[in-house]
Design a protein around this ligand. Sequence first.
Ligand SMILES: Cc1cc2nc3c(=O)[nH]c(=O)nc-3n(C[C@H](O)[C@H](O)[C@H](O)COP(=O)(O)O)c2cc1C
Length: 337
Amino acid sequence: MVKVGNVIIEGDVALSPMAGISDSPYRQITKRFGSAFSYTEFVSTEQLKLGNAKSLDMFRFVEIERPIVFQIFGSDLETVVQASEIAAERKPDIIDLNMGCSVSKVSHNGSGAGLLKNIRLAGKMIEGIKKKTNLPVTAKIRLGWDSHSLNYLETVKVLEDSGVSAISVHGRTKVMAYTGFADWNAIGEIKAKANVPIYGNGDVQTYKEALEKKKQYGVDLVLIGRKAIGNPWIFGNTPKQMVPWFQIRSLILEHLDMMLDFYPSTDDYALILFRKHFIKYIENLGFPEDIKRNLLSVSSVNEFKEKLESVQMDSNILETSEINNESINCETFVSLV
Ligand SMILES: Cc1cc2nc3c(=O)[nH]c(=O)nc-3n(C[C@H](O)[C@H](O)[C@H](O)COP(=O)(O)O)c2cc1C
């Protein structure tokens, strides 16, 4: 159990925020499968202030997702604080400031990981959001901008002094983006010194590994990102290769229906959005390549469903090739709205 301000979070492992992935349908599914809480995709404070409907829509959620954390990013103090007030009208449990996004368009503009170069400003943002919204405010950081500026301990101190209620740490620098490995020793060092709950994050492959990391490094909770795409079973400690194909197929169809409901449109918008999930659901299952190609090109939902329903697979044989985790990163699906 973790206490974030006045919010109680039960559980050890949660879905990491991912642009293009952690929307309401997938948050509902992962919460049901055991994710401790829900984190929205990051949303631009500039766009929120401008009243951009698509940005506001990213804060749509249903009760089952609670505790729900709205994540925002920005570089201008006044804009961030004003936008947090707009966000708070939608009644999240917690607001999170993104200080970890490495995408150039975000971080070189002073927001996301760019805030690691200006931690006093980040501290003022935390203070301002808290005062304006009266909600617990958290932050998601990296270890520093690059290996020569590992300022994580100082960052944590400044954020704590500003009233932060918990901090998620992705154990890489901004310059590393998604290369190399997350430094869990650094995450452990933060946890040992911090006065607020710390969530560890980076490269966790299984639920079991998350629990091991929690124990070894003392963190309060572990966030899983890439390995949870197309794999909500990870939150229930069930290896995907143990799940029978008919159950995987049934979840694929349910997820698609949820997206069709959530993104109503007259064309194939939801189906196109769903493709990235679909690719990950069937990854390493020995799914027939020709049928996969075909399913990724159909634009009729009914045709997609019929074709998928006709696929029979005896068991889920994990291919021996490792999933290339580095091929997917936070730039993959990012749309800066
Ligand atoms: C496709 C994608 C989108 C991401 N979007 C966000 C985001 O919106 N906000 C955020 O804080 N981190 C974002 N991240 C970073 C993840 O939350 C996480 O910190 C990172 O992937 C490391 O964890 P992992 O090794 O378990 O994937 C994103 C990562 C990926 C792969």
